[in-house]
Design a protein. Structure first.
Length: 237
């Protein structure tokens, strides 16, 4: 009965964590579209990206509520209010004014979701999504950098959740080596993203994921008395 309770609790936690991770992904799109709206060089583009940002905020609202992230509520509501004003302003300058406010809300939202997903300190996003002009030749392709930043944060959050799930499984299986596991995967700095492509970033986090899996197998072998490579080959047993 105790194991069933633990498994049900683990399932509930995993479901809430998944909602927070999905909320994070949706909020990332809201942040990216708000930035594009602010950097637009014509009225139509400013309104178009503001509409896309609003759609992302609306999707984030339900996901964040399901995962219990109370700190995200005010940034979401304020962001949606500012984006609605940015979509139908009296002129371009007013549209930019409300978009800039919505961008600040999006940055605040990302910081709140950081805390809800990882339990750590919030990260500042203002430097990563500072205002730039469309077609700027001085910066890396902003769309690729946005994709890399989203990949970085989602991969790291998922690795944290994987680590938590492995430890919970260690407790269920009464395996202290797994329950107390501290894996050694590492984050990639945002500065490093500037010097590589999206596929390089994917490859990096694939390796980090494999490292977590290998370390979990090694810890499990300490409880089973089976070498990690043998345990991997005989998983069906």
């Amino acid at each position: 009965m105790r194991i069933i309770t633990l498994l049900l609790c683990s399932f509930s936690i995993a479901t809430a964590s998944a909602d927070c991770t999905n909320a994070y992904a949706s909020a990332t799109y809201g942040l990216a579209h708000a930035k594009k709206s602010l950097s637009a060089n014509n009225f139509d583009h400013q309104q178009y990206y503001a509409e896309r940002a609003l759609t992302a905020f609306e999707k984030t609202e339900g996901l964040a509520q399901n995962c219990g992230c109370e700190g995200s509520r005010n940034p979401i509501l304020n962001g949606m209010d500012n984006l609605r004003k940015a979509i139908d302003p009296k002129d371009w300058e007013m549209g930019r004014y409300y978009t800039k406010k919505a961008l600040a809300n999006a940055q605040e939202l990302m910081a709140a979701l950081d805390v809800c997903t990882s339990g750590g300190d919030p990260v500042s996003y203002s430097d990563s999504f500072e205002e730039v002009s469309e077609g700027s030749e001085d910066l890396k392709n902003p769309e690729e950098l946005e994709a890399q930043l989203m990949l970085k944060r989602l991969a790291e959050l998922t690795l944290l959740e994987m680590e938590k799930s492995v430890r919970e499984l260690g407790r269920v299986l009464d395996c202290p080596a797994v329950a107390d596991l501290k894996t050694q995967w590492s984050q990639k700095t945002e500065e490093a993203l500037e010097g590589e492509g999206l596929e390089d970033t994917r490859a990096y986090y694939r390796k980090q994921t494999m490292m977590v899996q290998q370390q979990a197998m090694q810890a499990l072998s300490a409880c089973t008395g089976t070498p990690a490579d043998e345990a991997a080959l005989s998983g069906k047993n």
